[in-house]
Ligand binder design. Sequence first.
Ligand SMILES: [Zn+2]
Ligand SMILES: [Zn+2]
Length: 187
Amino acid sequence: MVENPIGLTIAEAAEHLGVDSVVMDTITKLTRQGDFLDHITKSRIGICRKGAYGSFVFNSREILLSQYPRQSTDAASSTFLHEYAHLLDFWTRRVTDHSKHWKEWARAVGTRPTATDPTIDPVWEKARGLKPIGVCLTCGQFFEALRRFDMSGRTHKRCGGRVTNVFPNQKVADRFPHYTDYTLVPE
Ligand SMILES: [Zn+2]
Ligand SMILES: [Zn+2]
């Protein structure tokens, strides 16, 4: 299981996922390269709570990734590159979507040029058969209980990983506003 590089800068995350050369190659194709370099060495990966593996924020040009562990570094880097392609697209057009412009960037960075990744990580697949209230962000173990209690800040004894609350969707999460630390099961 691999934890997403949340809190690292975009440049650090690329290095962490072994795709820094891909990222550096794309910069040569851009205008305002200094500003771009400045952005990717300062902007940190945030937490995506949309029930998706990742998302891109237009205003701040931030990349958000799921707090949930991924099955492999490949799975994590393909989502990171999907969102990075949105950043490149946005940088050149001031807008981004899944049109041919984004697809071109997606191909350039070597990620699947589709809006959603059709392969669901097995760990997420497993969540569908359960009603988890929490998950270990290191080993992916789910915790089930008859009644929900706040798992923010807990540690998984077996592996030492950080545990977070799991909600099936945002609507349910909104009923527990004091649960500061949580993730959603992807749709
Ligand atoms: Zn996208
Ligand atoms: Zn664990």
